[in-house]
Write a protein that binds this ligand. Structure first.
Ligand code: HEM
Length: 153
């Protein structure tokens, strides 16, 4: 009887109860993930470098296009790479061919938007082959949505 009257035992019983409850009680269910609105698939078309630059992931729909060896790919699903905060964000909306060939994401790899398309004629054998390897990766991973053509004006 004296044991029941001891407040220390009451406290210990409360602590024990709380610990067992937290151990066995079902954990709170996490909130369901917010569904990402799916962008409509683009119809294949031609893009000039200037037009391509509009798809740099900074628009409200955050679509990202990128050119590789004359092909335009929708790389939106790789936004962790090409998004505004991604490591290869410089390639978003641009012709990334020279950068991929020379293994550099430096801005100097990008041809001016209002100039002619980079003909890549100076690439060495290994650089050309590196670009082709990247092209194979993009062919397999991203949707081909267009072809890069010269600026009109
Ligand atoms: C500092 C050295 C670098 C590191 C540590 C690095 C790391 C990575 C990693 C971890 C991935 C993801 C691979 C995967 O899970 O699919 C990746 C992909 C990629 N990297 Fe790098 N990288 C480096 C340099 C570069 C450079 C210099 C370029 C420039 C061409 C580059 C272009 C790419 C591209 C285009 C992808 C593919 C993204 C995709 O799948 O769309 N990386 N890199």
């Amino acid at each position: 009887m004296s044991q029941l009257a001891n407040p220390v035992n009451w406290i210990l019983a409360a602590v024990l109860g709380y610990i067992s409850y937290s151990y066995f009680a079902p954990s709170a269910t996490p909130p369901p993930p917010t569904p990402r609105p799916k962008l409509p698939t683009l119809v294949f078309r031609e893009y000039t470098p200037k037009e391509l630059s509009e798809f740099d992931g900074r628009t409200p729909d955050a679509r990202i296009l990128m050119a590789v060896n004359g092909k335009v790919f929708d790389v939106t699903r790789g936004k962790q790479f090409y998004g505004p905060d991604g490591p290869y964000g410089n390639f978003a909306g641009r012709d990334a061919s020279r950068g991929l060939a020379m293994n550099s994401f430096d801005k100097s790899m990008l041809a001016p938007l209002d100039g002619p398309i980079d003909k890549l004629e100076d690439l060495k054998e290994d650089e050309r082959s590196s670009l082709e390897d990247w092209e194979v990766l993009f062919d397999g991973k991203y949707q081909l949505v267009g072809k890069l053509i010269e600026n009109k004006d």
